[in-house]
Write a protein of this length. Structure first.
Length: 289
């Protein structure tokens, strides 16, 4: 009788198979990489991808960045169909580029176009780490240069959001040439007396940090963003010294005079709108500047 009782209990104590378990749909939840708090993806998006528990700024794609920066429906994309070639015949580069396009839904690591912020027209370029870690190749440099030239043509401010691992190794020196090309275009923008706002996000490293992303008339960054040229380990091995824990963070750069302001993502749109407004040309008729 006792044996029969336990046999009966066993029937109800059986752990269901993996097939029988209800799985959480992919993309429904998101875990914060800093505090490990799990949040509904929809809720996180409503918070502009900032953790409600530890204030960590998640990396976001160019589409979301544009949506929370520009006036709704004002964005007009430029040069969307430009695609990188394989000028050095680097093995496997063509296949990886196709894979990146399929995974990210982008043709390259930067989106460019025009739009408005609080009604003020601007030209904008937004790098996307979802495409080959936002690496700077020939097309990235060309698209940014064209956006700057368009800003000169339209006589409007240029805003750049950087998110990049640096130069794209598969394009060798052609990638490094983009540092000079984009910097030259930005110098022409400055000669025209037009505003360039650079916003550095996590990460902004390598040749991107060493060229156009650091050349803003006003340089901003998001909290906690990794910003720097070489990696921490390489620098420590070179100078044979231990670096501060917050080295190469936005806050460290701010404290050492390399940034004008660290701006929370929830305040970024308002901050940009204010800066653009303050730099509008004066058209009054009373003779005062």
């Amino acid at each position: 009788m006792i044996k029969g009782f336990f046999n009966k209990r066993k029937k109800y104590a059986t752990i269901p198979s993996k097939k029988g378990r209800k799985e959480v749909p992919e993309g429904l939840m998101s875990k914060c990489p800093k505090c490990k708090t799990i949040t509904y993806a929809k809720e996180l998006r409503n918070q502009k991808y900032v953790c409600d528990h530890c204030d960590h700024h998640h990396r976001i794609g160019s589409a979301d960045r544009i949506a929370c920066t520009l006036d709704e429906g004002s964005f007009t994309p430029y040069d969307e169909n430009m695609i990188s070639k394989n000028p050095l015949q680097f093995p496997g580069y063509d296949e990886k580029s196709v894979s990146d396009r399929e995974k990210s839904g982008l043709n390259e690591a930067v989106r460019t176009g025009s739009g408005t912020i609080s009604g003020y027209p601007v030209m904008i370029a937004v790098m996307d780490a979802g495409f080959r870690m936002g690496s700077m190749g020939s097309v990235v440099g060309e698209k940014i240069t064209r956006a700057v030239e368009k800003a000169i043509e339209e006589q409007v401010p240029f805003i750049l959001f950087s998110a990049s691992g640096g130069a794209r190794m598969q394009e060798g020196v052609l990638s490094l040439m983009q540092m000079a090309k984009t910097s030259t275009a930005l110098n022409q923008l400055r000669e025209q007396g037009l505003l360039f706002i650079s916003v550095m996000t996590d990460p902004t490293t390598g040749g991107v940090s060493a060229s156009f992303s650091s050349l803003g008339d006003i340089n901003l960054a998001e909290p906690g963003a990794l910003i720097g040229f070489a990696g921490r380990r390489i620098i420590e091995q070179t100078i044979r010294e231990k670096l501060p824990d917050d080295f190469q963070t936005a806050e460290f750069l701010m404290n050492h005079g390399q940034l004008d302001q660290v701006v929370h993502r929830k305040n970024m749109r308002e901050t940009l709108a204010t800066i653009v407004k303050l730099h509008q040309p004066y058209h009054g008729g009373d003779g005062h500047a």
